[in-house]
Design a protein around this ligand. Structure first.
Ligand SMILES: CC(C)(COP(=O)(O)OP(=O)(O)OC[C@H]1O[C@@H](n2cnc3c(N)ncnc32)[C@H](O)[C@@H]1OP(=O)(O)O)[C@@H](O)C(=O)NCCC(=O)NCCS
Length: 193
């Protein structure tokens, strides 16, 4: 499976150990972590890197580094990962080569603040859905946000995910979204993706 791909302005490749600088920039930033947990210490982020670079299934479950194609700048990450329900973080023990975890898989994205407001999250969302439904065997994906994260909810609506109200995830109540392969396929090219 080819795990490196592109969209109009961005390129994507599996997160690697030398993306520590990007992880530090994201997870020590109060604006980035506002709706996705707490800021972390640099030591904790460095310790978590071996987990963050793990890949499950045939490689399609994990984290991607997202870069601008014009400058090569690392602007953020996007994920396909098992959705935690009663834990406040991903259970990386479920991310194992050759294994397909039970339960929902979530898509998500984190961008450095300098990259916000340019439509990048929408572009990433469209592209990761295309990856999921064109290049993997997954039949559906979900996404969750903090109920106050209106920007992310807007992105998820724009990329065509269906709102499901509130649900339990990350050990709290979250706004929930879902998309099935059949719905994605039925939209064909009439839907902006
Ligand atoms: C949320 C996040 C991914 C958005 O990234 P982005 O690249 O700025 O998003 P886009 O530009 O593609 O789209 C954002 C949309 O939300 C809108 N928006 C921004 N702030 C908003 C708010 N407070 N309420 C409602 N809509 C808002 C924008 O106007 C835009 O919509 P439009 O294109 O129709 O005008 C980015 O801010 C981020 O990484 N935040 C920190 C991590 C995070 O919260 N990730 C999501 C976890 S669920």
């Amino acid at each position: 499976m080819n795990l490196a791909f592109t969209s109009d302005r961005l390129s994507y490749r599996p997160l690697a150990m030398d993306d520590l600088g990007l992880a530090l920039a994201l997870f020590t930033d109060e604006a980035v972590t506002r709706y996705v947990g707490e800021r972390q210490t640099p030591e904790a982020i460095e310790r978590s890197m071996p987990d963050c670079v793990r890949r499950g299934g045939d490689g399609c479950i994990g984290i991607w580094c997202v870069l601008r194609r014009d400058t090569g700048e690392k602007i953020g990450t996007t994920v396909v990962l098992p959705l935690p329900i009663e834990s406040d973080d991903t259970d990386y023990s479920l991310v194992v080569p050759g294994e397909w975890p039970q339960g929902d898989l979530e898509i998500g994205y984190l961008l450095r603040p300098g990259a916000w407001g340019r439509g990048y999250a929408t572009e990433i969302g469209h592209r990761i859905l295309r990856f999921v439904f064109e290049d993997t065997r997954l039949e559906e994906v979900v996404a969750v946000t903090d109920p106050e994260n209106h920007a992310s909810q807007h992105v998820l609506r724009k990329i065509g995910m269906r709102e499901e109200g509130m649900r339990r995830a990350y050990a709290t109540e979250c706004s929930a979204f879902r998309l099935e392969r059949s719905t994605w396929q039925a939209r064909g090219t009439s839907f902006d993706r």
